[in-house]
Design a binder for this molecule. Structure first.
Ligand code: B12
Length: 284
Protein backbone atom coordinates (compact mmCIF):
# COMPACT_ATOMS: atom_id res chain seq x y z
CA UNK A 1 0.00 0.00 0.00
CA UNK A 2 2.67 2.60 1.17
CA UNK A 3 4.92 1.63 -1.78
CA UNK A 4 2.07 2.22 -4.33
CA UNK A 5 1.38 5.67 -2.90
CA UNK A 6 5.11 6.47 -2.91
CA UNK A 7 5.48 5.31 -6.48
CA UNK A 8 2.47 7.30 -7.69
CA UNK A 9 3.64 9.99 -10.12
CA UNK A 10 2.44 13.56 -10.55
CA UNK A 11 3.30 16.14 -13.21
CA UNK A 12 6.07 18.64 -12.43
CA UNK A 13 3.48 21.46 -12.20
CA UNK A 14 1.79 19.55 -9.35
CA UNK A 15 5.16 18.71 -7.74
CA UNK A 16 6.02 22.43 -7.80
CA UNK A 17 2.69 23.21 -6.11
CA UNK A 18 3.36 20.61 -3.38
CA UNK A 19 6.88 21.99 -2.86
CA UNK A 20 5.45 25.52 -2.83
CA UNK A 21 7.91 26.75 -5.47
CA UNK A 22 7.53 28.28 -8.96
CA UNK A 23 7.41 25.75 -11.82
CA UNK A 24 10.74 27.10 -13.12
CA UNK A 25 12.37 26.50 -9.72
CA UNK A 26 11.09 22.94 -9.59
CA UNK A 27 12.28 22.49 -13.17
CA UNK A 28 15.75 23.68 -12.14
CA UNK A 29 15.76 21.11 -9.30
CA UNK A 30 15.13 18.46 -11.98
CA UNK A 31 17.79 19.87 -14.28
CA UNK A 32 20.41 20.00 -11.51
CA UNK A 33 19.64 16.43 -10.44
CA UNK A 34 18.20 17.38 -7.07
CA UNK A 35 14.67 16.15 -7.83
CA UNK A 36 14.51 12.85 -9.75
CA UNK A 37 11.96 13.01 -12.59
CA UNK A 38 11.07 11.07 -15.72
CA UNK A 39 10.21 12.65 -19.06
CA UNK A 40 7.21 11.15 -20.89
CA UNK A 41 4.92 12.61 -23.57
CA UNK A 42 6.87 15.89 -23.50
CA UNK A 43 6.25 16.35 -19.75
CA UNK A 44 8.16 15.71 -16.53
CA UNK A 45 6.78 13.22 -13.96
CA UNK A 46 7.84 13.02 -10.28
CA UNK A 47 6.99 10.29 -7.76
CA UNK A 48 5.40 11.14 -4.41
CA UNK A 49 8.43 9.53 -2.75
CA UNK A 50 10.82 11.85 -4.60
CA UNK A 51 8.81 14.87 -3.43
CA UNK A 52 8.83 13.78 0.22
CA UNK A 53 12.55 12.83 0.06
CA UNK A 54 13.29 16.24 -1.43
CA UNK A 55 11.35 17.96 1.34
CA UNK A 56 13.13 16.01 4.09
CA UNK A 57 16.57 16.53 2.54
CA UNK A 58 15.95 20.22 1.83
CA UNK A 59 17.92 21.23 4.98
CA UNK A 60 21.08 19.36 3.90
CA UNK A 61 22.98 21.27 1.23
CA UNK A 62 23.79 19.08 -1.77
CA UNK A 63 24.66 21.50 -4.58
CA UNK A 64 24.01 25.21 -4.89
CA UNK A 65 20.32 25.70 -5.81
CA UNK A 66 21.25 27.13 -9.18
CA UNK A 67 23.54 24.25 -10.02
CA UNK A 68 26.70 26.30 -10.06
CA UNK A 69 29.03 25.29 -7.26
CA UNK A 70 32.73 25.69 -6.49
CA UNK A 71 34.75 28.43 -8.17
CA UNK A 72 32.75 31.21 -9.72
CA UNK A 73 29.43 31.52 -7.90
CA UNK A 74 26.71 33.44 -9.81
CA UNK A 75 27.18 36.42 -7.49
CA UNK A 76 30.74 36.87 -8.75
CA UNK A 77 29.62 36.42 -12.35
CA UNK A 78 26.78 38.93 -11.87
CA UNK A 79 29.19 41.50 -10.44
CA UNK A 80 31.66 41.16 -13.30
CA UNK A 81 28.92 41.16 -15.98
CA UNK A 82 27.47 44.40 -14.63
CA UNK A 83 30.97 45.92 -14.48
CA UNK A 84 31.43 44.98 -18.16
CA UNK A 85 34.47 42.92 -17.14
CA UNK A 86 34.63 40.28 -19.89
CA UNK A 87 38.11 39.03 -18.94
CA UNK A 88 37.06 38.55 -15.33
CA UNK A 89 33.90 36.69 -16.39
CA UNK A 90 35.90 34.43 -18.69
CA UNK A 91 38.29 33.58 -15.86
CA UNK A 92 35.33 32.36 -13.78
CA UNK A 93 33.87 30.33 -16.65
CA UNK A 94 37.23 28.89 -17.63
CA UNK A 95 37.72 27.65 -14.01
CA UNK A 96 34.39 25.89 -14.32
CA UNK A 97 35.37 24.32 -17.66
CA UNK A 98 38.58 23.09 -16.05
CA UNK A 99 36.40 21.62 -13.27
CA UNK A 100 34.76 19.51 -15.94
CA UNK A 101 31.60 21.56 -16.31
CA UNK A 102 29.93 21.27 -19.74
CA UNK A 103 29.83 24.49 -21.79
CA UNK A 104 26.07 23.95 -22.38
CA UNK A 105 25.54 23.94 -18.60
CA UNK A 106 27.62 27.08 -18.17
CA UNK A 107 25.26 28.76 -20.64
CA UNK A 108 21.96 27.60 -19.15
CA UNK A 109 22.96 27.33 -15.46
CA UNK A 110 25.76 29.91 -15.27
CA UNK A 111 25.19 32.78 -17.65
CA UNK A 112 21.38 32.46 -17.78
CA UNK A 113 21.06 32.36 -14.00
CA UNK A 114 23.35 35.38 -13.65
CA UNK A 115 21.30 37.32 -16.23
CA UNK A 116 18.05 36.41 -14.51
CA UNK A 117 19.49 37.71 -11.24
CA UNK A 118 20.40 40.93 -13.01
CA UNK A 119 16.77 41.13 -14.16
CA UNK A 120 15.50 40.64 -10.62
CA UNK A 121 17.88 43.39 -9.39
CA UNK A 122 16.62 45.70 -12.17
CA UNK A 123 13.01 44.93 -11.20
CA UNK A 124 13.93 45.71 -7.57
CA UNK A 125 15.43 49.05 -8.68
CA UNK A 126 18.96 48.03 -7.61
CA UNK A 127 20.34 47.90 -11.16
CA UNK A 128 19.62 50.13 -14.15
CA UNK A 129 18.75 49.50 -17.80
CA UNK A 130 22.34 50.58 -18.60
CA UNK A 131 23.61 47.79 -16.30
CA UNK A 132 21.40 45.32 -18.20
CA UNK A 133 22.75 46.50 -21.54
CA UNK A 134 26.38 46.35 -20.36
CA UNK A 135 25.91 42.86 -18.91
CA UNK A 136 24.15 41.62 -22.06
CA UNK A 137 26.93 42.93 -24.31
CA UNK A 138 29.50 40.93 -22.31
CA UNK A 139 27.21 37.89 -22.08
CA UNK A 140 26.84 37.79 -25.87
CA UNK A 141 30.64 37.77 -26.26
CA UNK A 142 30.96 34.99 -23.67
CA UNK A 143 28.32 33.06 -25.59
CA UNK A 144 30.42 33.50 -28.73
CA UNK A 145 33.28 31.79 -26.91
CA UNK A 146 31.25 28.97 -25.28
CA UNK A 147 28.94 28.33 -28.26
CA UNK A 148 31.49 26.54 -30.49
CA UNK A 149 32.46 24.35 -27.50
CA UNK A 150 28.90 23.00 -27.37
CA UNK A 151 29.39 20.92 -30.52
CA UNK A 152 28.84 17.20 -29.87
CA UNK A 153 29.54 14.41 -32.38
CA UNK A 154 26.51 13.05 -34.23
CA UNK A 155 24.79 13.12 -37.59
CA UNK A 156 23.33 16.38 -38.99
CA UNK A 157 19.67 16.80 -38.12
CA UNK A 158 18.10 19.30 -40.48
CA UNK A 159 17.33 23.00 -40.13
CA UNK A 160 15.58 24.88 -37.31
CA UNK A 161 14.48 28.52 -37.54
CA UNK A 162 14.87 30.62 -34.36
CA UNK A 163 13.67 34.21 -34.13
CA UNK A 164 12.67 36.84 -31.57
CA UNK A 165 9.18 38.19 -32.31
CA UNK A 166 8.80 41.70 -33.83
CA UNK A 167 9.87 44.41 -31.38
CA UNK A 168 11.56 41.88 -29.06
CA UNK A 169 15.00 43.17 -27.96
CA UNK A 170 15.88 40.30 -25.60
CA UNK A 171 18.36 38.59 -27.91
CA UNK A 172 20.42 36.47 -25.49
CA UNK A 173 17.74 33.90 -24.47
CA UNK A 174 17.21 32.63 -28.03
CA UNK A 175 20.93 33.00 -28.82
CA UNK A 176 21.64 30.50 -26.04
CA UNK A 177 19.02 28.11 -27.46
CA UNK A 178 20.63 28.51 -30.90
CA UNK A 179 24.11 27.63 -29.53
CA UNK A 180 22.91 24.47 -27.76
CA UNK A 181 20.71 23.32 -30.68
CA UNK A 182 23.47 24.00 -33.21
CA UNK A 183 25.87 22.04 -31.00
CA UNK A 184 23.56 19.04 -31.25
CA UNK A 185 23.84 18.87 -35.02
CA UNK A 186 20.93 21.03 -36.23
CA UNK A 187 21.49 23.83 -38.74
CA UNK A 188 20.09 26.87 -36.96
CA UNK A 189 18.69 29.70 -39.09
CA UNK A 190 19.04 32.38 -36.41
CA UNK A 191 17.23 35.65 -37.16
CA UNK A 192 17.89 37.27 -33.74
CA UNK A 193 16.25 40.26 -32.06
CA UNK A 194 13.17 42.09 -33.37
CA UNK A 195 12.56 39.89 -36.46
CA UNK A 196 10.05 41.52 -38.84
CA UNK A 197 7.15 39.32 -40.04
CA UNK A 198 8.36 39.72 -43.65
CA UNK A 199 11.74 38.18 -42.73
CA UNK A 200 9.93 35.28 -41.05
CA UNK A 201 7.81 34.72 -44.19
CA UNK A 202 10.85 34.91 -46.49
CA UNK A 203 12.83 32.37 -44.45
CA UNK A 204 9.90 29.98 -44.01
CA UNK A 205 9.28 29.82 -47.75
CA UNK A 206 12.96 29.50 -48.68
CA UNK A 207 13.95 26.82 -46.18
CA UNK A 208 12.91 23.20 -45.55
CA UNK A 209 12.60 23.15 -41.75
CA UNK A 210 12.39 20.47 -39.05
CA UNK A 211 10.79 23.09 -36.78
CA UNK A 212 10.53 26.82 -36.05
CA UNK A 213 10.94 28.61 -32.72
CA UNK A 214 9.80 32.05 -31.56
CA UNK A 215 11.28 33.81 -28.50
CA UNK A 216 9.42 36.31 -26.30
CA UNK A 217 11.14 38.18 -23.45
CA UNK A 218 8.47 40.37 -21.93
CA UNK A 219 4.68 40.46 -21.64
CA UNK A 220 4.45 43.58 -23.83
CA UNK A 221 5.51 41.39 -26.76
CA UNK A 222 2.94 38.61 -26.30
CA UNK A 223 0.51 40.15 -28.79
CA UNK A 224 3.35 40.42 -31.34
CA UNK A 225 3.97 36.73 -30.68
CA UNK A 226 0.36 35.84 -31.55
CA UNK A 227 0.77 37.74 -34.82
CA UNK A 228 4.06 35.98 -35.57
CA UNK A 229 2.43 32.60 -34.88
CA UNK A 230 -0.35 33.48 -37.36
CA UNK A 231 2.31 34.41 -39.93
CA UNK A 232 4.16 31.10 -39.49
CA UNK A 233 0.90 29.14 -39.72
CA UNK A 234 -0.08 31.05 -42.86
CA UNK A 235 3.19 30.34 -44.71
CA UNK A 236 4.24 26.94 -43.29
CA UNK A 237 1.22 25.25 -41.66
CA UNK A 238 2.93 21.85 -41.26
CA UNK A 239 6.14 23.12 -39.62
CA UNK A 240 6.08 22.30 -35.87
CA UNK A 241 6.19 25.58 -33.93
CA UNK A 242 7.84 26.06 -30.55
CA UNK A 243 7.47 29.19 -28.42
CA UNK A 244 9.60 30.06 -25.37
CA UNK A 245 11.49 32.83 -23.61
CA UNK A 246 11.45 34.70 -20.27
CA UNK A 247 7.80 35.78 -20.84
CA UNK A 248 6.49 32.26 -21.62
CA UNK A 249 6.61 30.06 -18.53
CA UNK A 250 4.34 27.10 -19.27
CA UNK A 251 3.25 24.65 -21.98
CA UNK A 252 -0.32 25.89 -21.58
CA UNK A 253 0.67 29.52 -22.17
CA UNK A 254 2.60 28.52 -25.31
CA UNK A 255 -0.42 26.59 -26.64
CA UNK A 256 -2.69 29.55 -25.85
CA UNK A 257 -0.36 31.62 -28.02
CA UNK A 258 -1.03 29.13 -30.81
CA UNK A 259 2.23 27.10 -30.65
CA UNK A 260 2.58 23.30 -30.73
CA UNK A 261 5.28 22.99 -28.11
CA UNK A 262 7.10 24.86 -25.31
CA UNK A 263 10.44 24.38 -23.59
CA UNK A 264 11.67 25.88 -20.31
CA UNK A 265 15.28 26.20 -21.45
CA UNK A 266 17.78 25.25 -24.16
CA UNK A 267 18.15 21.66 -22.90
CA UNK A 268 14.42 21.15 -22.90
CA UNK A 269 14.21 22.74 -26.35
CA UNK A 270 16.69 20.15 -27.60
CA UNK A 271 14.65 17.29 -26.10
CA UNK A 272 11.49 18.65 -27.77
CA UNK A 273 13.29 19.13 -31.12
CA UNK A 274 14.68 15.58 -31.01
CA UNK A 275 11.11 14.32 -30.40
CA UNK A 276 9.80 16.42 -33.32
CA UNK A 277 12.71 15.30 -35.55
CA UNK A 278 12.16 11.62 -34.74
CA UNK A 279 8.43 12.02 -35.31
CA UNK A 280 8.92 13.67 -38.73
CA UNK A 281 11.33 10.93 -39.81
CA UNK A 282 8.66 8.30 -39.11
CA UNK A 283 6.05 10.09 -41.23
CA UNK A 284 6.24 9.37 -45.04
C1 B12 B 1 19.06 42.05 -20.43
C2 B12 B 1 17.57 42.35 -20.28
C3 B12 B 1 17.03 43.42 -21.02
C4 B12 B 1 17.82 44.17 -22.07
C5 B12 B 1 17.96 43.27 -23.33
C6 B12 B 1 19.27 43.49 -24.04
C7 B12 B 1 19.50 42.38 -25.08
N1 B12 B 1 20.13 42.74 -26.15
O1 B12 B 1 19.14 41.21 -24.91
C8 B12 B 1 16.96 45.44 -22.31
C9 B12 B 1 17.49 46.56 -21.45
C10 B12 B 1 16.86 45.90 -23.77
C11 B12 B 1 15.62 44.98 -21.75
C12 B12 B 1 14.44 45.65 -22.04
C13 B12 B 1 13.25 45.34 -21.45
N2 B12 B 1 13.01 44.42 -20.51
CO1 B12 B 1 14.32 43.12 -19.98
N3 B12 B 1 15.49 41.90 -19.26
C14 B12 B 1 16.76 41.59 -19.40
C15 B12 B 1 17.22 40.44 -18.50
C16 B12 B 1 17.93 41.04 -17.32
C17 B12 B 1 18.14 39.36 -19.09
C18 B12 B 1 17.57 38.67 -20.35
C19 B12 B 1 18.36 37.39 -20.51
O2 B12 B 1 19.36 37.39 -21.19
N4 B12 B 1 17.91 36.33 -19.76
C20 B12 B 1 18.67 35.15 -19.55
C21 B12 B 1 18.24 34.15 -20.51
C22 B12 B 1 19.12 33.16 -20.76
O3 B12 B 1 16.89 33.84 -20.22
P1 B12 B 1 16.21 32.42 -19.99
O4 B12 B 1 14.77 32.65 -19.71
O5 B12 B 1 16.98 31.59 -19.08
O6 B12 B 1 16.29 31.77 -21.48
C23 B12 B 1 15.95 30.43 -21.62
C24 B12 B 1 14.46 30.18 -21.86
O7 B12 B 1 13.68 31.35 -21.85
C25 B12 B 1 14.42 29.42 -23.17
N5 B12 B 1 14.05 30.16 -24.38
C26 B12 B 1 14.36 31.42 -24.73
N6 B12 B 1 13.93 31.70 -25.98
C27 B12 B 1 13.33 30.57 -26.45
C28 B12 B 1 12.69 30.27 -27.67
C29 B12 B 1 12.17 28.99 -27.86
C30 B12 B 1 11.49 28.64 -29.18
C31 B12 B 1 12.24 28.01 -26.83
C32 B12 B 1 11.66 26.63 -27.04
C33 B12 B 1 12.87 28.29 -25.59
C34 B12 B 1 13.40 29.57 -25.42
O8 B12 B 1 15.76 28.93 -23.34
C35 B12 B 1 16.65 29.95 -22.90
C36 B12 B 1 18.05 29.42 -22.67
O9 B12 B 1 18.09 28.30 -21.81
C37 B12 B 1 15.83 39.79 -18.12
C38 B12 B 1 15.84 38.93 -16.86
C39 B12 B 1 15.40 37.46 -17.15
N7 B12 B 1 14.76 36.87 -16.19
O10 B12 B 1 15.61 36.90 -18.18
C40 B12 B 1 14.92 41.03 -18.09
C41 B12 B 1 13.36 40.88 -18.41
C42 B12 B 1 13.14 39.77 -19.42
N8 B12 B 1 13.00 42.16 -18.97
C43 B12 B 1 11.86 42.55 -18.57
C44 B12 B 1 11.19 43.73 -19.00
C45 B12 B 1 9.84 44.04 -18.35
C46 B12 B 1 11.76 44.58 -19.98
C47 B12 B 1 11.14 45.89 -20.55
C48 B12 B 1 9.63 45.84 -20.90
C49 B12 B 1 11.47 47.01 -19.58
C50 B12 B 1 10.94 48.36 -20.03
N9 B12 B 1 9.93 48.77 -19.43
O11 B12 B 1 11.48 48.95 -20.90
C51 B12 B 1 11.97 46.09 -21.84
C52 B12 B 1 11.27 45.37 -23.04
C53 B12 B 1 12.10 45.27 -24.23
C54 B12 B 1 11.58 44.29 -25.27
N10 B12 B 1 10.55 43.52 -25.10
O12 B12 B 1 12.18 44.16 -26.25
C55 B12 B 1 11.24 41.55 -17.59
C56 B12 B 1 10.12 40.73 -18.30
C57 B12 B 1 8.97 40.40 -17.34
C58 B12 B 1 7.77 40.00 -18.18
N11 B12 B 1 7.40 38.74 -18.15
O13 B12 B 1 7.21 40.81 -18.89
C59 B12 B 1 12.43 40.72 -17.12
C60 B12 B 1 12.09 39.24 -16.77
C61 B12 B 1 13.05 41.42 -15.89
C62 B12 B 1 12.24 41.26 -14.64
N12 B12 B 1 12.70 40.47 -13.73
O14 B12 B 1 11.19 41.81 -14.55
N13 B12 B 1 15.75 43.91 -20.96
Amino acid sequence: MADDADAREVELTEAARRLRVHYMTAYRYVRTGQLPAARRGGRWWVTARAISDFRSERGRPRVASDGVSGAGSPAALVRRLVQGDEGGCWQLLQAQLENGREPQRLLTEGLAVAMRRIGDAWAAGVLTVADEHRATAVALRLLARLGPMCVRPGRPRGAVLLACVPGEQHSLPSAIVAAVVRGAGYTVVELGADTPLAALEETLTAQHLVAAGLSVGSDDRLEACREAVRTVRGVAPTVPLLVGGPAVTSEQQARDLGADRWAADAHDALVVLDEVWADRRQRP
